[in-house]
Design a protein around this ligand. Structure first.
Ligand code: Z5A
Length: 230
């Protein structure tokens, strides 16, 4: 596939989020996609949630230490929201305004799935938090990397080695099964924004699927005000 088939929008950059369960391979795919876009002269910023800005990284540390779980699902949701608010205002929006493509490892769908579906936080609370933190800022494309739970947990355990599992890694298999189901439901409910990617193949094969999804979404035909990568 020629690199030039993904077009760069003039003005604002594209906002692409990656979602999925434990060990789905988001970080791996984000790095691969960034390299490929850079080779096509598209400037990218790799970032993540929770975190991505100095303030949000402090909250990340708190949440992954298990502190949020002690406070309960509603309070934990507020912590993720506080981190997102800082990240959006200080990193994501300025980068998009400069024409940079933002590749974000998790975004608001993670709150919908982890705190909403798994934590049973009410939709009204999630909606209110989204209004405050992201307003109209929806990703232009959300790639949901889908792997069977046992595959994802095996990958995550291999990567972790002897290190201690964090707050979410230590949840049981049923938690991860429900998580996967919730992501699949989002993909079905929002086909205009989300693409479900089978991420159980090797990393290069998955990267080809990711690129194909991008090409379809941002091809010349579907991008009215597009300019070819310089
Ligand atoms: N959370 C939340 O509850 N609410 C929110 O609003 C937000 C987040 C934003 C952040 O964890 C946690 O916060 C997350 C949800 C919660 N909980 N969990 N779990 P994190 O940032 O520390 O980790 P993560 O986002 O879950 O990422 P991950 O699952 O740990 O990894 P990944 O990025 O998806 O995968 P990876 O690092 O690219 O790959 C994992 C390993 O598999 C690694 O050794 C790779 O080399 C290997 N790999 C990758 N791809 C492949 C393929 N295709 N084949 C074979 N091996 C592969």
């Amino acid at each position: 596939m020629p690199e030039g088939t993904v077009q760069r929008a003039q003005g604002r950059g594209r906002f692409i989020s990656f979602e999925g369960g434990e060990g789905a391979g988001k970080s791996t795919q984000i790095k691969k996609l960034s390299s490929r876009l850079n080779a096509a002269n598209v400037r990218t910023l790799i970032t993540r949630e929770p975190g991505g800005s100095p303030g949000a990284e402090i909250v990340r540390h708190l949440v992954l230490s298990g502190m949020g779980k002690l406070l309960g699902p509603d309070a934990e949701t507020l912590l993720f929201a506080a981190a997102r608010d800082d990240h959006v205002r200080t990193v994501i929006q300025p980068a998009l305004a400069q024409g940079t493509w933002v590749l974000c490892d998790r975004f608001a769908d993670s709150t919908r799935v982890y705190q909403g579906r798994l934590g049973r936080v009410e939709p009204a609370v999630l909606n209110a938090m989204e209004r405050v933190t992201i307003g109209d800022l929806k990703p232009d494309l959300t790639l949901i990397l889908d792997v069977p739970v046992e595959v994802g947990l095996r990958r995550a355990a291999a990567r972790r080695g002897n290190a201690t599992a964090d707050r979410f890694e230590s949840e049981d298999v049923r938690f991860h099964e429900e998580l996967r189901e919730a992501y699949r439901e989002i993909a079905v409910a929002e086909p205009g924004r989300c693409v479900l990617i089978d991420a159980s193949a090797d990393a290069d094969a998955v990267a080809a699927r990711v690129w194909d999804a991008l090409r379809r979404r941002f091809s010349a035909a579907s991008t009215a005000s597009a300019a070819s990568p310089a």
